[in-house]
Ligand binder design. Structure first.
Ligand code: PMP
Length: 411
């Protein structure tokens, strides 16, 4: 059969000759299965989206429809930049509106930084496991990806120190990408000692740290402590090696696609040029809605609700795992965020486990998605953010049922 559209066989660029798609987005087709319980997405709970507040904000924006419907500056809407600078300062990130670039999700902020810093072959350090979309961007840029394993206190900075010593000046990384607060996927919080040690290594070896912080506000008990950006400023003043990224996706609404970058002028100027070729500017309508929403004074209350809800859901998931999967799964207990990183204790074939779980109606992300190399195939990411407490219990029961079934039919 002749396809309905075709194209002459011109070669794609080297990066896109055979690109890998997002391993997480590929799982979404299973969501069409009736009654599937998903621990797979990093989606906020639908019940927590402040639809009422956003409706109010939208109504106000339509009051000045002409401004809402026009192009805007690449740097971002002035009011929104002010508000995002204020939110950042509240997290110890010293900045003002001029230091903020509004981006189309924080995903774009990372992609921009990769574009402006990385040439094929340049070394970039990531955590192992790491956020897959960051790995995807680095792979497309041809970066040489160096993995540093994570334990319950985040990236193991001692191992990074050893790696840097072995590589010497020739193999110096340019960038290090980390999610220090309740990381995706490991859920871990980088300890205060490691934050200081990491910044000291960046200063000593001359690399930049990209601090990606979409989850830092979603703590369960204590706030996460000093941002890497704050530590960098204390240690290096105006030569701070840390660029800060954050997002409204997990605390307001992912559909707004509002993220931001806090960086010095020499980085922001180049980032603006890169962004001009991507989208000219982040949706001015979404920016105005976000700026108006943040001015309504509902954000803090919404974040408080998210903390309480996610804390309760994390408790429910860990309790069910302890009760029904004791001896089958080990996991890191998160202090905030949306994710539990778990490993099977007994040797279970990961593909068999995954397919049996899909059949039983429970979805998770297999561990291999989170590594640039040497994947931990016996790990899995479980998100408790979107399903309610009942579904969390039912989903863990289904998982436990699959483990029983696989033990009864070993092959
Ligand atoms: N960084 C991390 C660690 C994330 O988990 C996500 C979203 N899953 C992003 C960045 C991208 O967020 P945004 O919606 O702001 O692009």
């Amino acid at each position: 059969m002749t396809p309905s559209t075709g194209i002459a066989p011109v070669a794609f660029s080297r990066s896109f000759a055979d690109p890998e798609g997002s391993p997480i987005r590929e799982l979404f087709r299973h969501l069409a299965q009736p009654a599937m319980i998903s621990f797979a997405g990093g989606y906020p709970s639908p019940a927590l989206l402040d639809a009422e507040g956003l409706e109010q904000a939208c109504a106000q924006c339509w009051g000045d429809a002409a401004a809402s419907l026009q192009y805007g500056p690449t740097e971002g809407n002035a009011d929104l930049r002010e508000s995002l600078a204020g939110l950042s300062r509240g997290r110890g990130v010293a900045c003002d509106a001029r230091d903020v670039l509004v981006t189309t999700g924080s995903q774009q902020a990372f992609d921009i930084l990769v574009r402006i810093f990385i040439e094929p072959g340049d070394a970039v350090v990531v955590e192992a496991p790491a956020y897959p979309a960051a790995l995807q961007a680095l792979r497309l840029a041809g970066a040489s990806i160096l993995q540093v394993p994570v334990d319950e206190h985040g990236m193991q900075v001692d191992m990074l120190r050893e790696m840097l010593a072995v590589r010497g000046t020739q193999g110096r990384p340019k960038l290090l990408y980390t999610v220090p607060n309740y990381s995706n996927p490991s859920g871990t919080l980088l300890s205060a000692e490691r934050r200081t040690a990491l910044v000291a290594l960046a200063i000593e070896h001359g690399f930049l740290i990209i601090e990606d912080d979409p989850y830092g506000q979603l703590y369960f008990d204590e706030p996460p402590g000093d941002s890497l950006h704050a530590v960098g400023r204390t240690c290096a003043g105006a030569s701070n090696p840390v660029i800060y990224l954050s997002s409204l996706s997990k605390t307001v609404a992912p559909s707004l696609r509002i993220g931001w970058m806090v960086a010095p002028d020499r980085v922001l100027r180049r980032s603006v040029v890169a962004k001009q070729t991507m989208d000219l500017c982040t949706s001015p309508l979404a920016q105005r809605i976000a700026a108006t929403y943040l001015a309504l004074d509902r954000y803090e209350a919404a974040v408080l609700r998210s903390r309480a809800t996610y804390g309760a859901r994390m408790q429910a998931m860990t309790l069910h795992i302890d009760n029904h999967l004791h001896g089958q799964l080990t996991y890191l207990r998160p202090l905030g965020g949306m994710f539990i990183w778990a490993r099977t204790v007994a040797p279970v074939d990961p593909d068999r486990l995954f397919h049996a779980c899909v059949k039983a109606g429970v979805l998770f992300v297999p561990g291999k998605a989170f590594f640039a190399a040497q994947p931990d195939r016996h790990a899995m990411r479980l998100s408790y953010a979107a399903p309610d407490i009942h579904d969390i219990g039912e989903g863990v029961n289904r998982l436990a049922g699959v483990f029983r079934q696989l033990q009864e039919q070993p092959t």
